[in-house]
Write a protein that binds this ligand. Structure first.
Ligand code: GTP
Length: 597
């Protein structure tokens, strides 16, 4: 195909601004899918994605568009994940295309994810066409939003296309803008093959399907290929494009995007961003900028029912085969038994995996407090990466501890600004910037990631009644006065409740935790001290007094069935308890105790 007749692009938007609806419209208008095959939000494949309304895995679709200039163009749309947890995938996919449609809901305006995603597009040197969606809504203010795009993002929005992805208004203008305003790809057909591995997923019939963008050279069915980073070599079984149905084609040349299958066993054997070349006479240098995505948030996952440990292991291994950014290793906890320490790209990723384990595999889980990776610098100048507060080395040998920090961007209506500033301040944030765009404030904070991973997002939503939008990126490590706080119940440390905390906040957190635990742990026949401690020093203490009489006593021995009911109820309650030394701690306590409110 003539390179001048190809356009490769992505759509960037804040969640719910209409990215999927617009993609559906583009596909529909070009007749790529018969009307009856049209299913809302074609690009979002997994049910869970559809339910949660988020797009996780990048996906591509090839559209043929007869333009006004009389030529037919091939438009390759690549769907990018919208959320920061998948920032690395977003930036990879962006490098595979030359332009972006920036979709902004004209009734809402620019949001935090709009910014994060558009900056990625700008970084990837994209030509950007602003699109104002939802102009059918009475609340739409396209002129105001146009101005906002210019003020906040700093790109020319005078020729923004006004559309309604819902009614179809303006969609033909979007197609023309793609052809006339976005650049054609470049590439050399005669050079050795260089194709970027954009994404991969597991299909139960086809095995691993790899999405590629050819930069130079030509790839054909039957070719022997090599992955330059992993060294894996495979014969290409199948080559094709998504229309969005899979359609086989004999070859893919420069500028083109499509998929291949090659008897690859598991998604872990493919690395997003890797360079694919021919086994013989291949390219000598790989495409730049490859870096594997690293988990940044860790937590323990334990089955509520200890008999489900093997089921959990199977389920986790299955999920891990197809998600190279999800890590896991076995963990034992005195309080929770056998489980796994798992690593995620961020909180959303954690939630998605936990949901899938609970729903698809039917396993009830206890999730321990999410933790970040601390850099513990020892006196002997070695450095330990601490993923789990329970593994903290002896403080006597520690020189200093560094924690990851993020740059958080929050957009919020004026009315709630005070609450947002207070929340960020409470979480040890350092204000970097505060600007206004109309009646909305944009605040930028430098925050410790560990203060954000637990319930920051929930708190932000609740103090702003859901009106704030939030996005973040990692900025690096910084030293701070961090200590490990332990909780002792009946004088024994409960490892699942150990947390890393700033020295100045330790007492408040410790007090709150022991007070909560006092509420959450039922009385026993004996007195139970509950303490929070740093090293050997107790910083907060509560005592749960002993139970005075038999719970069945209040039945006066009269009504036998009532008595049995009460005992049954106690038994059922017991199942949800974990024996800890002589003390029983309810499962729910492990998470509740850690919440800060
Ligand atoms: P994610 O996939 O969750 O990132 O969201 P998205 O950006 O793809 O948004 P989606 O296309 O799912 O649209 C979000 C909501 O807005 C849906 O309920 C759509 O029906 C609605 N919507 C999309 N476009 C329009 C429009 O032009 N007008 C109106 N009134 N509603 C629209």
């Amino acid at each position: 195909t003539d390179l001048n007749r190809i356009r490769n692009f992505s759509i960037v938007a804040h969640i719910d601004h209409g990215k999927s609806t617009l993609a559906d419209r583009l596909i529909q208008l070009t007749g790529t899918v018969a009307e009856r095959d049209m299913q809302a939000q074609l690009l979002d494949q997994m049910d869970i994605e559809r339910e949660r309304g988020i797009t996780i895995k990048a996906n591509t679709v090839r559209i043929e568009y007869p333009a006004k200039d009389g030529n037919t163009y091939i438009l390759n749309l690549i769907d990018t994940p919208g959320h920061v947890d998948f920032a690395y995938e977003v930036s990879r996919s962006m490098k595979a295309v030359e332009g972006s449609l920036l979709v902004v809901d004209a009734s809402q305006g620019v949001e935090a994810q709009t910014l994060a995603n558009v900056y990625q597009a700008i970084d990837a040197d994209h030509e950007i066409v602003p699109v104002l969606n939802k102009v059918d809504l009475p609340a739409a203010e396209p002129d105001r939003v146009r101005e906002q795009i210019e003020d906040v993002i700093g790109i020319d929005a005078s020729e923004a296309v006004e559309i309604s992805a819902k009614t179809g208004v303006g969609i033909p203008d979007v197609l023309e803008a793609i052809v006339t305003r976005l650049p054609a790809p470049t590439g050399d057909r005669d050079a050795p093959l260089k194709a970027m591995l954009v994404d991969s997923y597991y299909d139960s019939y086809l095995g691993v399907v790899v999405l590629i963008r050819v930069i130079d050279g030509v790839i054909k069915k039957g070719d022997k290929i090599k992955m330059m980073r992993t060294g894996g070599q495979y014969p290409v079984d199948r080559l094709g494009v998504f229309t969005p149905k899979m359609k086989d084609i004999p070859e893919l040349g420069p500028g083109e995007m499509g998929f291949l299958t090659a008897s690859i066993k598991q998604v872990r054997d493919t690395r997003v961003g890797d360079t694919i070349t021919h086994e013989k006479h291949g390219a000598t240098d790989a495409l730049p900028g490859f870096k594997p995505s690293q988990p940044v948030v860790f937590c323990g996952l334990f089955p509520v029912d200890t008999n489900q440990f093997e089921d959990l292991r199977d389920a986790i291994e299955k999920l891990a085969l197809n998600d190279a950014s999800f890590s896991h290793e076995m963990e034992t906890s005195a309080a929770l038994g056998f489980g796994f320490r798992c690593g995620f790209l961020g909180l959303l990723h954690l939630e998605v995996i936990r949901d899938r384990l609970e729903r698809e595999y039917d396993i009830d889980l206890i999730t321990t407090a999410p933790s970040v990776i601390y850099h513990v610098h020892m006196r002997d100048e070695t450095m330990v990466e601490l993923h789990n507060p329970a593994d903290m080395p002896d403080p006597a040998h520690i020189d200093r501890i560094e924690e990851p920090r993020i740059k958080a961007t929050i957009l919020v209506p004026d009315d709630y600004l005070g609450d947002v500033l207070k929340l960020c301040q409470d979480r040890r944030g350092i204000q970097q910037d505060l600007t206004y765009a109309g009646t909305r404030a944009m605040v930028v904070y430098d925050l410790p990631l560990n203060e954000v991973v637990f319930d920051f997002y929930d708190r932000l939503k609740s103090v702003t009644k859901g009106y704030a939008s939030f996005d973040y990126q990692m900025i690096g490590y910084r030293e701070d006065a961090l200590v490990k706080m332990q909780v002792l119940v009946n004088d024994e440390p409960v490892d699942a409740l150990s947390i890393m905390v700033h020295r100045d906040r330790a007492e408040t957190r410790g007090r709150a935790m022991v007070e909560k635990l006092k509420e959450l742990i039922p009385r026993h026949m004996f007195k139970i001290p509950i303490q929070a401690a740093i090293g050997g020093r107790v910083i907060a203490r509560e005592t749960l007094s002993a139970m005075r009489k038999d719970v069945t006593a209040k039945c006066y021995g009269g009504d036998a069935s009532r008595k049995r009911k009460l005992l049954d109820k106690q038994k059922a309650g017991k199942k949800k308890m974990r024996q800890f030394g002589k003390v029983e701690i309810p499962q729910s306590a492990f998470i509740s105790a850690l919440k800060m409110d």
